[in-house]
Design a protein around this ligand. Sequence first.
Ligand code: SF4
Length: 155
Amino acid sequence: MKRKILVSACLLGHKVRYDNGDVPCLDQRFLKWYEEGRMVHICPEVTGGLPTPRPDAQLVGDRVMTGAGADVTKEFDIGAQAALKLAQHHDVALVILKQDSPSCGTLFVYDGTFTDTKTEGEGRTTALLRRHGFKVFGEDQLDEIERELALIDAG
Ligand code: SF4
């Protein structure tokens, strides 16, 4: 049986983003993996106890802050730990998370100035998963993911 893939819930159309929205990934390859029953999902921020909708938050140094100055690091880290547990429980082949998010970003995140400026970096959940050896990709890296999955599935 093919191994599972952990994905950001908002990529599957769950309305869990800070603005109450979603960002469904409609690429045929992503949909095929979903239809094969390979996906397990999580929204680390909601699992960490934050509401939807919620204030926009960004990484600021080693903390996660809202634009109004509230420190939500604890909630983000609870969510990251839950994602790690899920990935370990299912022994996932790899992880696909939503690019740019302070939890799920894999290559880029917002720079903490709340000026709509992105910078290279990774979200709290991505960083934790990588520290534990999981391969984490953004939804904008599907060619790479497809190659990696083919290798993993071939065993
Ligand atoms: S925390 Fe991740 S899964 Fe949840 S809305 Fe943000 S990007 Fe999507």
